[in-house]
Design a protein around this ligand. Structure first.
Ligand SMILES: O=c1ccn([C@@H]2O[C@H](COP(=O)(O)O)[C@@H](O)[C@H]2O)c(=O)[nH]1
Length: 239
């Protein structure tokens, strides 16, 4: 995130040329770029470099979830991609979260890089109450997100991923320095698609989100730079 713009645009594509072209178009309109599994599987570390070399903060969203030893080793590779932010799954448990956070710091120190913010995904924004219950979360989604946020914080994570609906409660629970990275962002003029727990960019920011992750409302627009600019205006940021 740049100081002035909290939006990381999700460049969800398998095509390196498309991602790089979109990224170039959006420099100045967003605060950073997010690359996820879809892109990484198709393009590998070289493809990540093609976007990171544009000089904007890079969010590497691979949502690591495995035994601690495996996640720690994978996290060392993520650090080598020069990630500013990266994700693990909170449901991997305390030891896994701790292993990821320690590996990120250790590998970054070895390489002389700033460590990425390691943020733990709580409950995917594509799940509503019934969907969360169907995969085994019992009780209200809000309570489960708060439980996983506390686990992540106690285990050394720098922050969490949750929906904008939970931001104010997690902020109250975890304090001002815990990074809240928030997908499920839908401007009033965009389609909701598969997102089930969402708010507008301005609503999410007003609740205390640090990073707004926005994909299709920008990348699927006829003019992505114009869409990103519209979001900037809605956030009250200078054009
Ligand atoms: O709970 C989560 C965790 C991650 N995501 C990711 O954010 C973007 C959202 O893209 P949109 O096109 O704005 O829906 C996408 O890359 C997801 O993988 C999420 O949506 N929810």
């Amino acid at each position: 995130m740049t100081a002035s713009n909290p939006v990381f645009v999700a460049l969800d594509t398998t095509e390196q040329s498309k991602a790089a072209a979109l990224a170039r178009t959006l420099i100045g309109q967003v605060g950073g770029f997010k690359l996820g599994l879809e892109y990484f599987i198709a393009n590998g570390p070289e493809g990540m470099a093609a976007v990171s070399e544009l000089g904007m903060p890079l969010f590497v969203d691979l949502k690591l979830h495995d035994i601690p030893n495996t996640v720690a080793a994978a996290m060392r590779g993520v650090v080598r991609l020069k990630a500013a932010i990266t994700t693990i799954h909170a449901s991997g448990g305390a030891a896994m979260i701790r292993a990821a956070a320690d590996a990120a710091k250790d590998e970054a120190a070895k390489l002389g890089l700033a460590p990425p913010a390691v943020v733990a995904v709580t409950i995917l924004t594509s799940l509503d109450q019934a969907g969360a219950e169907a995969v085994g979360f019992s009780g209200a989604v809000l309570d489960q997100v708060k439980r996983l946020a506390a686990l992540a914080q106690d285990s050394g994570a720098d922050g969490i991923v949750c929906s904008p609906l939970e931001v104010d409660a997690v902020r109250a629970l975890c304090g001002p320095d815990f990074k809240l990275v928030i997908p499920g962002i839908r401007p009033a003029w965009s389609e909701t698609g598969d997102q089930k727990r969402f708010l507008t960019p301005a609503e999410a920011r007003a609740k205390g989100a640090d990073v707004l992750v926005i994909g299709r409302p920008i990348t699927g627009a006829a003019d992505p730079a114009e869409a990103a600019g519209r979001i900037k205006t809605e956030l009250g940021l200078a054009p």
